[in-house]
Write a protein that binds this ligand. Structure first.
Ligand SMILES: [Zn+2]
Length: 127
């Protein structure tokens, strides 16, 4: 999903959650907004290039599914685990869930899943 939609929806949800979580909504907002940084990290490792424009074009045109670490069930479960011990992890988890729900909505709308939802799934498919 485009970052402008993550920004807009994240802003609305964060503002709605302000009465409950106060200033911690900033963690929710920025986690939701910045989660796609894993696209850029993957691009840098794969192509040894720091071009954001080329990375953007690559992910919009790539047909084969790819592994995005922050978009996996394993990352979600790790954040869930840490959220029992750290408040910061809890708010990051809320931002992550908002982000993933938007991505899933977009994937269902386009009837195309461009990423592996699980590191284990990705690993087993590679073998
Ligand atoms: Zn995403």
């Amino acid at each position: 999903m485009l970052i402008k939609y993550h920004f807009l929806f994240g802003l609305i949800v964060s503002l709605l959650l302000y009465p409950v979580y106060g200033i911690n909504i900033l963690i929710i907002f920025f986690t939701n907004l910045l989660l796609d940084v894993d696209h850029y990290i993957l691009y840098i490792f794969k192509f040894k290039s720091f071009s954001i424009i080329k990375a953007h074009d690559y992910f919009f045109n790539e047909e084969k599914p790819f592994l995005l670490f922050f978009h996996t069930v394993e990352f979600l479960l790790a954040l869930l685990f840490f959220s029992f011990y750290f408040r910061l992890a809890f708010f990051a988890l809320v931002g992550l869930v908002i982000h993933l729900l938007l991505d899933i909505y977009e994937e269902m709308r386009e009837k195309h899943i461009g990423r592996f939802p699980s590191i284990i799934w990705w690993y087993l498919r590679k073998r």
